[in-house]
Design a binder for this molecule. Structure first.
Ligand code: NAD
Length: 257
């Protein structure tokens, strides 16, 4: 069974990896639902561009993934949800003793708890349809840690654990649940970390990119949003029907170190 005609809901998909995933799933023939917390003309225009480029149905639905009710409302509003990609995420970098409480709460809510709500709302739809794929965009930080990223590392380890649990709960059904663990991908989220990291390490931009960010990534290359989207599309393919409860790293060798 291909993804042609399936409906994919991708949280946090008006930029970066989420948008890349939406585009690759649309390229494979899936109808896509884009999402973020904003409701701007350009958000809806992204969906229109995808529909036009790939000849699929594409919609943009505003929902704030920091709010449980919004997460569930997104899945409701999507109607069908055969493929759920939990991608929305934010980052904040700070030592734990001065880590702002509101940032901790927001990271746990958006990067972890949102996936609980969307998955809970989507599984009954997948069961009714007799097929489903849940793909959680975790991180190399779901498998390893870095200093100053306590909330992010906690949330990403949490989502890897939840991935395994959902896989076991759906193991005898035609539904899979996996996590994709990217290393560094040059998206707005990573771009936003550069100034803080420059200050923390007293380095220039290029030095931070090569010596701090890509220092952990043996390939010394950023992964691309197209590579992430292709990996998600693979997990939605027939070839991946027996892949469940696991992680796929797209990290240039980071977690092999
Ligand atoms: P990004 O900032 O480009 O994208 C994040 C997306 O989440 C955006 O579409 C944003 O609008 C959305 N979002 C943020 N808060 C939201 C909210 N409250 N409700 C709904 N949507 C919200 O960043 P990205 O790098 O594309 O990150 C996407 C995912 O990939 C995140 O989960 C991130 O942790 C993960 N990731 C990224 C990298 C990387 O190097 N870029 C590495 C590992 C994991």
């Amino acid at each position: 069974m291909s993804v042609t005609g399936k409906t994919a809901v991708i949280t946090g998909s008006n930029s970066g990896i989420g948008l890349g995933v939406a585009r690759e799933l649309a390229r494979a023939g899936a109808n896509v639902v884009l999402n973020s917390f904003t409701d701007r003309a350009e958000d809806h225009a992204l969906a229109e561009e995808i529909a036009k480029e790939f000849g699929v149905e594409a919609r943009y639905i505003q929902a704030d993934m920091s709010k449980g009710a919004d997460c569930r409302a997104l899945i409701d509003a999507a109607g069908t949800c055969d493929i759920l990609v939990n991608n929305a995420g934010i980052q904040h970098v700070s030592p734990i003793d001065t880590f702002p409480v509101d940032k901790w709460d927001a990271i746990i809510a958006i990067n972890l708890t949102s996936a609980f709500h969307t998955t809970a709302a989507a599984l009954p739809k997948m069961r009714a349809a007799g097929w489903g794929r849940v793909v959680n965009i975790a991180s190399a930080h779901g498998l390893t840690a870095s200093p100053y990223k306590s909330a992010y590392v906690a949330a990403k380890h949490g989502i890897v654990g939840m991935t395994k649990t959902v896989a076991l709960e759906t193991a005898e059904e035609p539904i899979t649940c996996n996590a994709v663990c990217p290393g560094y991908v040059l998206t707005p989220l990573v771009e936003a970390q550069i100034p803080d990291t420059m200050e923390k390490y007293n380095m220039g931009r290029e030095e931070v990119i090569k010596k701090v960010m890509l220092e952990r990534q043996p390939s010394r290359e950023f992964a691309t949003v197209e590579q992430l989207g292709g990996t998600v599309a693979f997990l939605c393919s027939d070839a991946a029907a027996q892949i469940t409860g696991t992680t796929i790293s797209v990290d240039g060798g980071w977690t092999a170190l």
